[in-house]
Design a protein around this ligand. Structure first.
Ligand code: GLA
Length: 597
């Protein structure tokens, strides 16, 4: 019977010491046809293990669902890792942070405000029980103890950073999750991970679960901190931060490969085990990116390149080679090197057909009538856009909301009049002195994934008012762009194909859907640049690539090769504000934007 245990000094695989040299790769951020390629490159860098979170809300887009189709086929991902000779570590949360919308917690879970968040509240626990049962159904038969690749499973995530419940309640919560995992057949070691400081390590774990720490520098000091809280057994850095994430409107984060290499060397020389966060970051496709809010709401970019050793498009970077050299000092590394990526095809695509968004709203959703403005969650809109409509009179003068989550384009009889914006705390917009139909196109730009705002609703918060009254009598339409299969609704594409062609390269006012087609190299990666466009969302052959924004730093959207056909590739852009030109550029490589230096 194969075994994996936590010994007095080492991790023990079948009784023999194992130094885990792992890298994070989230299957939900990589096209499934590219999983095998990325896993192979992990082995070539010298890793012996792959770690992935499980994003609950990715598997459960609605209550009662647990999907395991194509991009959600966790079992297939783990099997591919095993086929590559890699061990695996699974971190199913329920909360994962990870710059993923809601930190992985499904928004539908919190429509009832009595449901607890990350504590031992019965409704929250009942939902986790169902989720854990489903995940364990995939993971349990793939544990080392069953001849599979899974070495360990993490309970919660950086729980020490969250909340201020008394220690006894915190421990009761963690113990309940532990018991659930055991009940559902997880028999490999369980562990927790926390930021490497005394307070978090003390609050985030349990004596009976192996504690690990997250850090990206000051190795000796951090390992000593961890040792105070985990007196015996192997030391592990579960998130060795070898890069960092990007937020819209800020610079692109990079870390020096030499510094990462020196810190990794120190870790491995100390005999510690490690999981690189990230080995390969991938992409926040669709509406999956999260947000931070520490007083200023900062939504996260579509790219999750993370300045990781393997770039967003799977290319080895200088950091890949630097870390591989370090790993080779401590364990055998394959001689083979992954091939460098060749430049992507470059061309200009004319997006010559367009339809104002307003004209297709009827295809995207059905209006519901509300007396008081509801939240997105009240209309079961767990991501994306909702259109709010009501009437104003000539003396309403100004629109005021308590809070907008996260951005609302305000129009009167179709004419743009202003913007409500959470990041800049803009909660009032002047209204023209005339009666008419007021429309708010409200965007959920990503649910907060860290800190006390996890689980909060989106949309308009509190009553929407004017200078003299509360605005009532709302028609509210959630815009569901994708069909149940996760691709852009065929009716939308059909409406665009049927539109009369406009002149080449013309400026267009938003909100508008714009469409174009092109031929290229089948299966080749592409990088889509929308210079001159403001803000919106892109679909490529029906697949939602995610958001773009002139605020940057990211300048390109990654188009995974498996999506690309030889002919008849279709690009659909939802532009919210307006574009200087109706063309898109396909460029040779990623543009992740200016760094701080
Ligand atoms: C923490 C979390 C991760 C991720 C990183 C930052 O360590 O545990 O999920 O959010 O921060 O990238």
């Amino acid at each position: 019977m194969p075994s994996f245990d936590i010994g007095d000094e080492d991790f023990l695989l079948d009784g023999r010491p194992l130094q885990i040299v792992s890298g994070a790769l989230h299957y939900f951020r990589v096209h499934p046809d590219q999983w095998a390629d990325r896993l192979r490159k992990a082995r070539l860098m010298g890793l012996n293990t792959i770690e992935t979170y499980v994003a609950w809300n990715f598997h459960a887009p609605a209550r009662g669902e647990f999907r395991t189709d194509g991009p959600r086929d966790l079992g297939r991902f783990l099997d591919l890792a095993a086929a590559e000779g890699l061990h695996t570590i699974v971190r199913p949360g329920p909360y994962i942070c990870a710059e993923w919308t809601g930190g992985g917690l499904p928004a539908w879970l919190f429509t009832d405000p009595t449901v607890g968040v990350r504590r031992a509240e019965p409704q929250f626990l009942a939902a986790i029980e169902d989720y854990y049962a489903a995940v364990a159904g995939i993971v349990a038969p793939r544990q080392v103890t069953a001849g599979g690749p899974v070495l360990m499973v993490q309970v919660e995530n950086e729980y020490g950073a969250y909340g201020d419940d008394p220690l006894a309640e915190r421990q009761h919560y963690l113990r309940t999750l532990t018991a659930m995992l055991r009940h559902h057949g997880i028999d490999v070691p369980l562990f927790t991970s926390d930021q490497a400081n005394d307070e978090h390590l003390a609050r985030g774990g349990l004596p009976e679960l192996h504690r690990t720490a997250n850090f990206g520098s000051r190795t000796t000091e951090r390992l000593a901190t961890l040792r105070r809280h985990q007196p015996t057994g192997p030391l592990m850095c579960t998130e060795f931060w070898d890069g960092w994430f990007d937020s819209w409107g800020l610079h692109h984060h990079v870390t020096a490969p030499e510094a990462n290499a020196a810190d990794l060397d120190a870790l491995l020389a100390a005999g510690a085990s490690v999981n690189l966060y990230m080995f390969h970051g991938g992409t926040n496709f669709g509406f999956t990116s999260g947000a931070n809010d520490k007083g200023t709401y900062r939504p996260l970019t579509t790219s999750y390149d993370y300045d990781a050793p393997l770039a967003e498009h799977g290319a080895p970077t200088a950091k890949f080679h630097a870390l591989r050299t370090v790993i080779a000092r401590h364990r055998p590394v394959p001689d083979e090197l992954p091939t460098e990526a060749s430049p992507a095809p470059e061309l200009t695509v004319s997006l010559d057909r367009h339809v104002p968004l307003d004209e297709v709203v009827g295809l995207l959703g059905t209006a519901q009538r509300f007396e008081h403005a509801p939240t997105h969650d009240d209309v079961a809109a767990w991501d994306g856009f909702v259109r709010y409509r009501t009437h104003i009179t000539a003396d309403d003068a100004v629109l005021v909301v308590d809070e907008v989550r996260d951005r609302a384009l305000v129009a009167l009889d179709g004419e743009p009049v202003g913007l409500l914006d959470r990041t800049t705390h803009t909660t009032a917009v002047a209204l023209p002195a005339r009666a008419g139909e007021l429309t708010l196109l409200v965007e959920d730009a990503g649910r907060v994934n860290y800190g006390p705002r996890i689980g909060e609703p989106k949309g308009l918060i509190g009553p929407a008012r004017t200078a003299r009254r509360e605005l009532t009598g709302w028609d509210v339409t959630p815009l569901r762009f994708d069909d149940d299969g996760g691709t852009l609704r065929e009716e939308v594409t059909a409406a665009l194909r049927a539109a009369a062609p406009s002149g080449a390269d013309v400026p267009l006012p938003g909100p508008v859907l714009v469409h174009g087609t092109f031929a290229s190299a089948e299966g080749a990666d592409h990088f889509l640049a929308l210079d001159g466009w403001a803000k919106g969302v892109v679909w490529f052959n029906g697949f939602c690539l995610g958001r773009y924004w002139s605020a940057g730093p990211t300048r390109t959207l990654y188009v995974p090769g498996p999506l690309v056909r030889a002919t008849g590739n279709e690009i659909v852009v939802l532009e919210l504000h307006g574009t200087r030109r109706s063309t898109a550029q396909l460029v040779a490589g990623p543009g992740l934007g200016p760094t701080e230096e």
